[in-house]
Design a protein around this ligand. Structure first.
Ligand code: PBG
Length: 309
């Protein structure tokens, strides 16, 4: 009766890594329980997700070819576009969120175009818009740009509106820190930068006032959801955004956070279930409405068991 915070299955978004090829269900070594899936193995996973009551997935693509300009991100027959079409048709009730970035598709692994070692912000925007429009055409319900280029929300909003997708919301990764916790994801998505790092476009972990500025500019540009990423080391940032904005707030419990718990649990050093439920409850207590987490399927199972208890 007196509990102030509730973690619910409706709060969860499950990430999926879709890969070219067939018959593939390949576990990511640093993320036990998380798989790269080819299209013919995707539906069985999604049926699991739906049976557990998880309302939404976010899709990341692993293309079979990468180039300087990340064309795989915005081809009509791109891996994510094909996955979206397939899932929208089979499971119209599932909320499909499309991550919008170039880093999985560029040969250099950066989130934007690169010339002479520098990121070309404005030239990149046009490609992100093409990515968003092809994703919406393929059936994405929500576009989630994670690229951190300046002006990305306005450009994508404008592009979606012009293409007739006025009602497709944008979940902006507004506050994305240049974090070491993305390590396992880069293994899962083959997206580590080939040179340099992402610090010219991702944020300094030391800053919170800057986070509010980033979020404010995304709101002015038309963001419908705001996101903080990673989650655990940034709960003060979640709280600051919660207090400053009425928008639905998403926290991304990232790959490195998942890997730490999995590793400790496998060694018998932590009680996985208790620790995950405590952590995610903490993320909600800080003010998040939704949580993107690789733990989603386990959490859904545990919550169901508690309900029965
Ligand atoms: C793409 C992107 C990244 C993550 C989500 N979208 C990686 C990055 O910026 O390197 C990381 C997610 C995770 O670690 O779970 N820009």
């Amino acid at each position: 009766m007196v509990r102030e915070t509730h973690l619910r299955v409706d709060d969860l978004i499950y990430p999926l890594f879709v890969t070219e090829g067939s018959g593939i269900r390949r576990e990511v070594p640093s993320m036990p329980g998380v798989y790269q899936l080819s299209l013919d193995r995707l539906n069985e996973e999604v049926e699991d997700v739906l049976a557990l009551g998880i309302p939404a997935v976010i899709l990341f693509g692993i293309p079979d070819h990468k180039d300087e300009v990340g064309s795989g991100a915005y081809e009509e027959a791109g891996i994510v576009q094909r996955a979206l079409r397939q899932l929208k048709k089979a499971y119209p009730e599932l909320v499909l969120i499309a991550d919008n970035c170039l880093c999985e598709y560029t040969s250099h692994g950066h989130c934007g175009l690169v010339r002479d070692g520098e990121i070309l912000n404005d030239e990149t925007l046009e490609l992100l818009v093409r990515t968003a429009v092809t994703q919406a055409e393929a059936g994405a319900d929500v576009i989630a740009p994670s690229n951190m280029m300046d002006g990305f929300v306005a450009a994508i909003r404008d592009g979606l509106d012009t293409a007739g997708f006025k009602h497709t919301p944008i979940m902006a990764y507004s506050v994305k820190y240049a974090s070491a916790f993305y390590g396992p994801f880069r293994e899962a998505a083959h997206s580590a930068p080939a040179f340099g790092d992402r610090r010219t476009y991702q944020m300094d972990p030391a800053n919170v006032r800057e986070a509010l500025r980033e979020a404010r500019s995304d709101v002015e540009e038309g963001a419908d959801f705001l996101m903080v990423k990673p989650a655990m080391a940034y709960l003060d940032v979640v709280k600051a955004l919660r207090e400053a904005f009425p928008h639905p707030l998403v926290a991304y419990n990232v790959s490195g956070e998942y890997a730490m718990i999995k590793a400790a649990a496998r060694n018998g050093w932590l009680d996985e279930r208790a620790v995950v439920l405590e952590l995610l409850t903490g993320v909600k207590r800080a003010g998040a409405d939704l949580i993107i987490t690789y733990h989603a399927k386990d959490v859904a199972r545990w919550l169901r068991e508690e309900d029965r208890g």
